[in-house]
Design a protein around this ligand. Structure first.
Ligand SMILES: [Zn+2]
Length: 228
């Protein structure tokens, strides 16, 4: 009778592990999607930065163009009244410097516009990929959720089939939500998980007499030798 109950516990354990596997698969699928969405957000941020830079450049271009017009007007005004040649040359040289500056600003603007075009192309490609992956992920998620639902049904049934002492021990241990599940076994005279030393007497009670016992330290249920 208890041997049969331990077999049920063992089945419970392996179904829980299968469930965990499906949950992990769902998580991996969702990570694929969130990775792409992060990439998209990064690109959107850099696109925003580029637009800010472009705006600043346009503003700078506008200011420098105004200064250039003023310098040119002043040079020609001075020439008209026959002013000193050195003064005229000063304004002409200012105008030349401003012209160079404008040329540099135009180059930077073109560079940014090119980067903006590239970002746009990248984003529209990424958008398409995200849609495709989203469909894939939804399909996968649904498959795994179906499998989990079936496992859950079987897990409930197993609990119902267990004798009361086994069921209560299992429920109590499950509530603790221990990492890697509620079961352990004896390995080299110790609890497999927490390495707590188990006496020879207890080891024989668990493995030979198939008694239901918990590890005194980590509280996991011992599955006897042959059942785990
Ligand atoms: Zn233990």
């Amino acid at each position: 009778m208890t041997a049969e109950s331990f077999l049920k516990l063992k089945e419970f354990d392996s179904l829980e592990k299968m469930k965990l596997h499906h949950q992990k698969q769902i998580q991996e699928q969702e990570e694929r999607l969130s990775l792409l969405n992060n990439k998209k957000q990064e690109k959107l941020n850099s696109q925003k930065q580029l637009l800010n830079d472009l705006h600043a450049l346009e503003q700078q271009y506008f200011e420098s163009e105004k200064k250039l017009k003023t310098a040119e007007a002043q040079a020609s005004g001075l020439r008209d009244i026959g002013a000193d040649e050195s003064k005229i040359q000063q304004f002409q040289s200012d105008a030349a410097k401003l012209e160079n500056e404008l040329f540099g600003l135009l180059e930077q603007t073109e560079q940014i516009q090119q980067e903006l075009n590239e970002a746009k192309t990248f984003l529209s490609g990424l958008e398409k990929t995200i849609l495709e992956i989203d469909t894939e992920v939804s399909g996968e998620r649904e498959e795994h959720q179906k499998a989990i639902a079936q496992l859950d049904l079987r897990l409930v049934l197993i609990k119902e089939e267990l004798p009361t002492d086994f069921r209560e021990a299992l429920e109590k241990t499950l509530k603790k939500k221990l990492a890697i599940g509620p079961f352990t076994r004896i390995e080299n005279g110790s609890c497999y998980f927490c390495r707590y030393k188990i006496s020879r007497v207890e080891e024989s009670e668990i493995d030979m007499q198939k008694m239901l016992k918990h590890c005194p330290q980590c509280t996991r249920i011992f599955l006897p030798y042959g059942a785990s």
